[in-house]
Design a protein around this ligand. Structure first.
Ligand code: C5P
Length: 404
């Protein structure tokens, strides 16, 4: 997110100027405030009226406002901004910026800019390939400007695709990433996460299950991966997808399958986060064919399932960290403390069914974290933010990696 960030968007005279509208919209959607500064040539390609309607601010292009003669202070804009983005940026503006030719508001603003500067060049390939453009890019890179461009292709020249302005959403993402690059505090860590429900078969078409959606576990997996961990995500039957390349997903259905996958993975990880809502019981026998209605009632005999958390807690070494979850309906905190001990957990995340609109299926959760050291309460928030709270807590208690 770019909430509260103030971005100066410089627009120059390229056919790609119309794409500035999408950049403005993209930045605004992430919460940024946008002030446009445009060159005289830029105005030939897109009207200031369109731009001021989108940004809800007058567009700055002249040193003096035409109406009342007030002076537009480039120094003030330079101090106001959290970032300046020039998109599209022509060869001419690149040259002026590199050489301090301050004959318009945009270049003048650039020269006064105190914030990071991003440049998305837009020109045809011949202009891009000219040594003077290359030199100007090198000079500006040396001045700390960050270029946002399509990656070069595989032609012999290495320039295929260059010169064309990068797509607006990629530009917006690059700015977002600059401000919100995740810390890599879990880099080098291996983490096992269980998520979702388990299904315990009754016959070929029926099962015993629960309402778990897997959202909390998947959000934790994404957060750990974003922060550099290698994640093994053992997922029960859920309709969720994983996005991060650091997540290896293993799909299972029953508690027994989840247990086997976890026992296999656990010896090789530093952390296990057991977020799955594992069925505590399973039908003792699974019918080979669909059970038919006979008489009035049907007796199912249930056998206890393995407690995966307790089994891992038994073989855990003192360098491994284990995190459990507790979903309770009553006597919550005492039950959670009980589980912390019984399952040999380092901390337990307590969520309560008493909080309406949290837990199962919901996008929000309200948690308490309980460890030997006491209890921390958190506010109700989206599961992605709850995931960050849990992972922050985890990162704090982890021992530093020692090289052996
Ligand atoms: O005892 P209870 O099922 O409430 O404990 C919940 C915690 O134990 C969760 O972290 C859950 O993932 C884990 N668990 C497990 N295997 C089970 C039951 C629960 O790993 N069979």
């Amino acid at each position: 997110m770019l909430k509260g960030k103030k971005i100066v968007l410089g627009i120059t005279g390229s056919i790609a100027a119309y794409k500035a509208c999408y950049i403005i919209r993209g930045l605004q959607k992430k919460g940024a405030e946008v002030q446009v500064v445009i060159t005289p040539a830029g105005k030939e390609f897109i009207t200031p009226i369109t731009l001021s309607a989108l940004t809800h601010k007058p567009v700055i292009s002249e040193f003096f406002s035409q109406r009342d003669g007030t002076w537009n202070s480039h120094v003030d804009i330079g101090l106001w901004a959290d970032a300046m983005l020039i998109a599209p940026c022509t060869a001419s503006t690149l040259g002026k910026m590199a050489n301090g030719v301050a004959d318009n508001m945009l270049v003048t603003t650039y020269l006064s800019m105190k914030a990071p500067v991003f440049i998305a060049p837009a020109m045809d390939l011949d202009m891009y390939a000219h040594p003077s453009t290359k030199r100007n890019i090198d000079i500006l890179t040396g001045y700390g400007c960050r270029f946002i461009e399509p990656a070069s292709g595989f032609l012999a020249s290495g320039l295929e695709g260059k010169g064309r302005m990068q797509e607006p959403e990629v530009i917006v993402d690059a700015i977002d990433h600059f401000f919100n690059a995740p810390s890599q505090d879990l880099s080098g860590r291996k983490i096992l996460i269980t998520a979702g429900p388990t299904y315990e078969k009754i016959d070929p078409v029926r099962f015993i299950g629960n309402y778990s959606s897997g959202k909390m576990g998947f959000a934790i997996a994404e957060e750990c991966a974003r922060r550099g961990a290698q994640v093994q995500l053992v997922a029960g039957p859920v309709s969720m997808t994983v996005n991060h390349h650091n997540i290896n997903r293993v799909d299972v259905e029953s508690c027994q399958q989840m247990y086997e996958a976890c026992m296999d993975i656990f010896p090789n990880v530093d952390v296990a986060i057991l977020c799955a809502a594992v069925a505590d019981f399973r039908p003792e026998t699974v019918a080979d064919t669909k059970i038919k209605r006979k008489g009035d009632d049907l007796m199912l005999h249930l056998a206890p399932n393995k407690d995966i958390a307790a089994a891992l807690g038994n073989i855990k070494n003192n360098r491994q960290v284990m995190v459990g979850f507790a979903l309770e309906t009553d006597n919550e905190e005492n039950n959670a403390v009980e589980k912390l001990k019984k399952k040999n957990l380092d901390f337990i995340v307590l969520n309560s069914l008493k909080n309406k609109g949290t837990c199962f299926k919901s996008d929000e959760n309200q948690i308490k974290i309980i460890s030997q050291d006491g209890m921390t309460e958190f506010e109700r928030k989206p599961k992605t933010e709850v995931a960050a709270d849990i992972v922050n807590y985890l990162a704090q208690i982890m021992k530093p990696i020692t090289l052996s």
